[in-house]
Design a protein around this ligand. Structure first.
Ligand code: DGL
Length: 282
């Protein structure tokens, strides 16, 4: 059997990335870890997020992944360089692929970036965009209310969601942005509402789609693509598997089968589990 792709996120938001990868690469098997015991990462310090991200990777390494996808914008912003130093597998985050598409699609106008507080204050998108387009004019905005609103599953055309978006996106609209990076796993679920607020001439960059395209290119270049067929999906969380299953299906776009709880004594530091050992949680 071909080795799986390991994907992690602070919780269930990374399922939008799983969905995009499944659509593009249905033969790939996926092992997903959601750190639901410690979510949200978006309000934590860069140092703490980087430590959590390394522990999440350690867990995934038990499954001998051929590639690790950091399906969390906040963890990608804080931890990619240290993860690449520490782990031997190729590691793909969501920042660089999203930044590249935003530059291509801005039409010479300013570029908007929205994300969690930690993602925006890290400046990771700014650096990635200005590497591709020196002198790019960016308008960045942290939107902390959006993650809980999406998880709560507010109905379409909800007035609270609309009010939050109008407040957050006002400065981007005023600056006349040409593209906006949806720099958080949860925002693709608000794509239609965001489009209504900013208008049809602004391109919304879904970082989940951008990372799926990058993963396909990378696996092909490394000759690591799975043979034809349908890959399996396995889900692990550090807390509350029932909520993950119930809320997560909206993010994944399909029902979620078994979700395995990784007990804290197994996952958190000080446990007797040796990282990199290929073993499945019970
Ligand atoms: N997954 C996070 C992100 O993409 C959002 C949730 C959190 O704050 O942990 O930034």
């Amino acid at each position: 059997m071909s080795r799986p792709i390991g994907i992690f996120d602070s919780g269930l938001g990374g399922l939008t990335v799983v969905r995009a990868i499944r659509r593009r690469l249905p033969a790939e098997s996926i092992v997903y870890f959601g750190d639901t015991a410690r979510v949200p990462y978006g309000i934590k310090s860069g140092q703490t997020i980087a430590r959590f991200a390394a522990e999440d990777c350690d867990f995934l390494c038990r499954f001998d992944p051929k590639l690790i996808v950091v399906a969390c914008n906040t963890a990608s912003a804080a931890a990619i360089p240290t993860l690449r130093e520490r782990f031997p597998q190729p590691i793909t985050g969501v920042i660089e692929p999203g930044a590249r598409v935003a530059v291509r699609q801005c039409g010479g106008r300013p570029i908007g970036v929205i994300g969690t507080e930690a993602t925006i204050s890290s400046g990771a998108y700014r650096r990635a965009i200005q590497r591709d387009m020196p002198g790019a004019w960016l308008v960045e905005k942290a939107c902390p209310l959006l993650v809980p609103l999406v998880e709560e599953g507010r109905p379409p055309r909800d007035r609270i969601v609309r009010a939050a978006l109008q407040e957050y996106l006002g400065p981007l609209r005023e600056a006349g942005v040409g593209s906006i990076v949806l720099g958080c796993t949860h925002y693709p679920l608000l794509k239609e509402e965001i489009a209504e607020v900013v208008g049809p001439d602004v391109t919304l960059v879904d970082s989940a789609e951008a990372v799926a395209a990058e993963v396909a290119l990378l696996l092909e270049a490394e000759r690591l693509l799975a043979a034809a067929g349908t890959g399996t999906m396995r889900f692990f969380v550090s807390d509350n598997p029932d909520r993950f299953r119930k809320v997560g299906c909206r993010f994944l776009g399909e029902e979620i089968g078994a979700v395995t709880l990784v007990p804290p004594e197994e996952f958190f530091p000080g446990s007797a589990v040796t990282p990199n050992r290929a073993q499945e949680a019970p």
